[in-house]
Unconditional design. Structure first.
Length: 165
């Protein structure tokens, strides 16, 4: 599939097609965001700060898609950049509802911290987990690497998804 190849050509470690049934929705991820994320409330893409939608509504909306692409990268900025470009390519190919989810890595520090508007609102997207998706369960279905980082020097895997059709 050309979108998978495009993601790999742009530097993704891996990219796989998913069917919507492969996505593990679980509203418990909100607990980990609210009571475990050091960035909670510190960025514009945190849906609990900005969106009127709740986890059930995100699931309902995203469940209208049939398939998409999961993209794995070595760093957050690459994951966000690649997923956004895949979203754009899908849109230009006629998939006008294509939408990427990626932990935003566009700015070194989010302007939310200083209560300024987002610097790149057209490209900023919420993270996979921020809309109620269990990233661990979802990516493990594809045997993709993802583990809890036990120390600050651990190599990380950043995942994003593009919901296409």
């Amino acid at each position: 599939m050309k979108y998978i190849q495009q993601a790999l050509d742009m530097g993704a470690r891996n990219a796989v097609r998913f069917e919507i049934g492969d996505i593990a929705f679980d509203p418990r991820v909100a607990l980990k965001c609210i009571f475990g994320c050091p960035d909670y409330g510190r960025n514009h893409t945190c849906p609990f700060q900005k969106s009127p939608l709740n986890m059930k509504e995100y699931e309902e909306i995203l469940s209208r898609y049939k398939w998409g692409i999961i993209i794995g990268c070595a760093d957050k900025a690459a994951s966000q950049r690649i997923s956004y470009e895949i979203e754009r390519a899908c849109f230009l190919d006629g998939y006008y509802f294509a939408f990427s989810l990626s932990d935003c890595g566009l700015c070194k520090e989010c302007s939310k911290i200083t209560e300024e508007p987002c610097r790149v609102p057209a490209k900023a997207r919420p993270a996979f987990h921020a809309v109620g998706i269990d990233v661990f369960k979802t990516v493990h279905k594809f045997k993709l690497p993802l583990a809890v980082a036990l120390d600050h020097n651990a190599e990380l895997n950043w995942y994003s998804a593009v919901f296409v059709e």
